[in-house]
Design a protein around this ligand. Sequence first.
Ligand SMILES: Nc1ncnc2c1ncn2[C@@H]1O[C@H](COP(=O)(O)OP(=O)(O)O)[C@@H](O)[C@H]1O
Ligand SMILES: [Mg+2]
Length: 282
Amino acid sequence: MIEVKNIKKTFGDKTVIEDVSAIMKAGQCNLIIGSSGSGKTVLMKCMVGLFEPNAGEVLYQGENFTAMKGSEKTEIRKEIGMLFQGSALFDSQTVEENVMFPLNMFTKDPIRKKLERVNEVLARVNLVGANKKYPSELSGGMKKRVALARAIVLNPKYLFCDEPNSGLDPQTSLVIDRLIKEITEEYNITTVINTHDMNSVMEIGNYILYMYHGNKEWEGNKKEIIFSKNERLNEFIFASDFLQDAKDMRMLEEKGKISNDRNMEELLDKDAPILIPPPADE
Ligand SMILES: Nc1ncnc2c1ncn2[C@@H]1O[C@H](COP(=O)(O)OP(=O)(O)O)[C@@H](O)[C@H]1O
Ligand SMILES: [Mg+2]
């Protein structure tokens, strides 16, 4: 579990995070959502210690990370996996070398053992046999999966993903979302995801923190978001008429007013695009 307590972050005289608190639990996907510039990345960087907050603290399993000294922080950092925006793979290294990198950094394991672990995580992200490929030979979705494999290779307790779907098509995004969700549940990881992807919110949002101008405007789960009357949240999430219709429908559905598929079909505009496309094998 990660607790964020009254975090404040300023740059010069500009306040980017005003006062944000949150509790993010293990085994679930904790989403930080909000429009571009709302402070998602800055908040995440404060959480992992890449930025020093001006006030407030971040607790990992009840331990005050913000107050820790360098060496203590390093211990926590070893338990943190990060999936950066744009994958950030080393282009001159193979998939295998990329995924092995954290093992080389943080372990003294023999090469045989490291290779075993690399193959294990590559299998977990459905990339068996991709070891000797270079990033330039991979599709966007495959790159993300390599980056995810690298992020989990040290068996992290905490996983941070900044916009994991940026640059991906909706179907590939869904594959990545589901993979992150599965891995989160399987290994009981406290996963924190920055996103402005509506599909992700509805697919994997166990806990959702909506940021607006550096403040927590709303928090809840994906079911509660359907019923929320927060205008800013609704404007952000359900910006288009189509999504507004989808929200209304989900509300009806949740209330049990839609009793069978035929009613559902009558409500659905047949020409409308599918909100959440089916998963695809790349
Ligand atoms: N290192 C920095 N120095 C100064 N301002 C920054 C820095 N990083 C982010 N900001 C500002 O903080 C605000 C929030 O940024 P960010 O957290 O990246 O937004 P988001 O991830 O929600 O799109 C933006 O106005 C951005 O310009
Ligand atoms: Mg960002």
